[in-house]
Design a protein around this ligand. Structure first.
Ligand code: SF4
Length: 346
């Protein structure tokens, strides 16, 4: 495949086809640098060389009644994950300061729940109102499970910028992963988020045994929902979950291809390297910045991760810059400033 030609077509307003997306996932490692270079042209056009940092806060941990097989916060998972109910407004506010200190563009409030109670929505809204007063530049994403329209409107009116609700995988593979709700439940909340005018953060998880076609189907389902942001997670099989102990089929290069495929299908959407970055990409993490323009820093909901100082150095060493440091990107591709991925190629 001529990946550069495909990226040129996309830059000129075309789209990647499902067949091309599948071919990208199945491409040999010998084509990987061409794929990353082509994905980078798309990423650079829309985001320059900036990397948007996000800091997670687990506002309610380990008490979810749902049975998502990958999730260590399900009550079905037998483990020693910390379990607590919704944190106080003051505790959530403390986390906002930590996000600002780490140059985060977004502070992501995540609750382990099927759907938030009215009291929990009250707490989140009060916390967000106070965060916006103290840190007006800090964007807020919340991930609180399934929403009703009334709850979505309340969050929007309190100042929440974005709501996360992942599809996780394709419609076909979803029943292999979750039995307590279905794919349509997730789609319905995602549509509600768009309907009330919140940004939609919606992504998935790779490495659960899904096929390459499932990965492509997920990407096009996300594109159909007109998502604003796509977190791409890679399975880190946690103790106590159904996936623990099973071999992880993802190689670091598979993860890079998955991110690049997402970029080809959704060229102007924020693509985030999310959970499992450190444990699947290993020392290829920096290469993931060529297709992706966003990442979590300083750990995840129930696991630690690379610290902020190491992330910042990795970003800068690779020739990128943290978005909160950067001027607005030029809306054009300039081949001359593209990092050279082919030092040995003419
Ligand atoms: S709904 Fe969310 S918190 Fe609950 S088990 Fe599934 S992924 Fe985990």
């Amino acid at each position: 495949m001529d990946w550069k030609s495909i990226s040129t077509r996309i830059l000129e307003g075309g789209t990647a086809t499902p067949e091309e997306a599948l071919a990208l996932l199945e491409a040999p490692n010998s084509e990987l640098l061409d794929i990353l270079q082509a994905a980078y042209r798309l990423r650079h056009t829309h985001f320059g060389n900036t990397v948007s940092l996000h800091l997670l806060r687990n506002v309610k941990s380990g008490v979810c009644p749902e049975d998502c097989s990958f999730c260590s916060q399900s009550t079905k998972a037998i483990n020693d994950v910390e379990r607590y109910d919704m944190q106080t407004v003051d505790t959530i506010l403390d986390g906002a300061q930590a996000a600002v200190d780490r140059q985060a563009k977004r502070y992501c409030l995540v609750s382990s729940t099927r759907s938030p109670s009215p009291k929990e929505v009250d707490t989140i809204c009060e916390a967000v109102i106070q965060i916006k007063q103290k840190h007006p530049q800090l964007e807020i994403c919340s991930s609180l499970g399934m929403l009703t329209e009334e709850k979505a409107i309340r969050l929007k009116e309190a100042g929440v910028n974005r709501f996360n609700h992942n599809l996780e995988t394709s419609e076909k593979f979803f029943p292999e992963v979750v039995s307590t709700h279905d794919f349509d439940d997730r789609v319905n909340t995602a549509k509600l988020v768009k309907k009330v005018g919140l940004d939609l953060c919606c992504g998935g998880l790779f490495g659960m045994g899904e096929s390459m076609q499932d990965r492509v189907d997920l990407a096009f389902a996300l594109s159909d929902l007109q998502v604003d942001s796509v977190p791409v997670n890679f399975l880190d099989p946690r103790p106590g979950t159904a996936f623990h102990g099973k071999p992880n089929p993802l190689t670091p290069n598979d993860c890079l291809r998955a991110l690049a495929m997402m970029r080809f299908v959704m060229p102007s959407v924020e693509i985030r390297i999310a959970g499992g970055r450190e444990t699947t990409l290993f020392n290829l993490q920096a290469l993931a910045l060529y297709p992706a323009n966003s990442m979590f820093t300083a750990g995840y909901l129930t696991t630690g991760g690379q610290d902020y100082e190491t992330d910042k150095k990795m970003i800068e060493d690779a020739g990128f810059e943290v978005e909160m440091d950067a001027p607005a990107p030029e809306p054009k591709v300039d081949e001359k400033i593209m990092p050279d991925l082919h030092p040995n190629h003419a």
